[in-house]
Design a protein around this ligand. Structure first.
Ligand code: SAM
Ligand code: CA
Length: 252
């Protein structure tokens, strides 16, 4: 993302761009949720990975854009168990918080194909992932996700086989991912698109002042939200968890 921001001539966001840690209007309410229901139940390895991630240089400048929040991790975990997911895919791994939350939620013979252009960040979290005893479920592949999806689609055996996909990478490709993922996910399977409320900016007037990074990706997020809402192939639900996650359940 840093390279992209440089290439697009965007200013790196500053700490003051980061705002509150959730979309809830009250920081106290968010803390209440975290302290009552989330932190006491967060797996010790997730906690450790969160601490490692909090020291990452990107964390200082992209607070809301990187690892999912612990309450979102808890939500994903419960969702995966509720749908009985076994075969999953993650696009955008970073240090692996959502990956570890997923791996912990899957049964012992569950599988996650994890895609990211950057192995270095994944390797930061890898010792904790290994310590958690779930690394046998993970197949990490370094590189852009789209060609991997296209390769998977070449084999019809892969069609309609994934139970769950978590999409949390380049926002300008979400709709390209969507077309491919609809062929890869089974009927009744779920795709989660992350950051679809984009720090609340989706509901601001068009001329509202915004940090450049938010402004740059906002049209893509707005386009994604519109397209998903109009897509008859999926049932959807927009949840204000974390930075907003849109769940799509494939219906045909
Ligand atoms: N899901 C992670 C978590 O919650 O801990 C955070 C992922 S972070 C927001 C986005 C990740 O997407 C970055 O690690 C970045 O390297 C990766 N990424 C960006 N463009 C990508 C692409 N075209 N293909 C695969 N990964 C990509
Ligand atoms: Ca995210």
């Amino acid at each position: 993302m840093e390279a992209r921001i440089k290439a697009e001539g965007l200013d790196p966001p500053t700490d003051k761009d980061n705002g509150p840690k959730s979309l809830l209007q009250s920081e106290a309410l968010y803390q209440y949720i975290m302290e009552t229901s989330v932190y006491p139940r967060e797996h010790e390895c997730l906690k450790e990975l969160r601490e490692i991630t909090s020291k990452h240089i990107w964390k200082k400048i992209f607070t809301i854009f990187i690892a999912v929040s612990p309450d979102e991790g808890q939500f994903l975990s419960l969702l995966l168990k509720m749908i009985g997911a076994k075969k999953t895919l993650e696009i955008g791994v970073f240090t692996g918080y959502s990956l570890l939350a997923t791996a912990l939620a899957l049964p012992d013979d569950g599988k996650i194909l994890a895609l990211d252009i950057d192995r270095q960040n994944y390797e930061l979290g890898l010792p904790v992932i290994q310590k958690a005893g779930i690394s046998h479920k993970i197949d990490f592949r370094e590189g852009p996700a789209l060609p991997v999806l296209d390769k998977l689609l070449e084999d019809v055996e892969n069609h309609g086989t994934f139970d769950f996909v978590f999409v949390d990478a380049d926002k300008d490709n979400y709709l390209n991912y969507h077309e491919r993922l609809l062929d890869l996910v089974k009927v009744g399977g779920v795709i989660g698109y992350d950051n679809t409320l984009w720090h609340g900016s989706v509901a601001l007037p068009p001329d509202a002042p915004l940090p450049k990074t938010l402004r740059f990706y906002l049209p893509f997020i707005l386009e994604v939200n519109k397209a998903l809402a109009a897509d008859p192939r999926v049932e959807i639900c927009q949840l204000p968890v974390g930075d907003g996650i849109t769940l799509c359940r494939k219906i045909k």
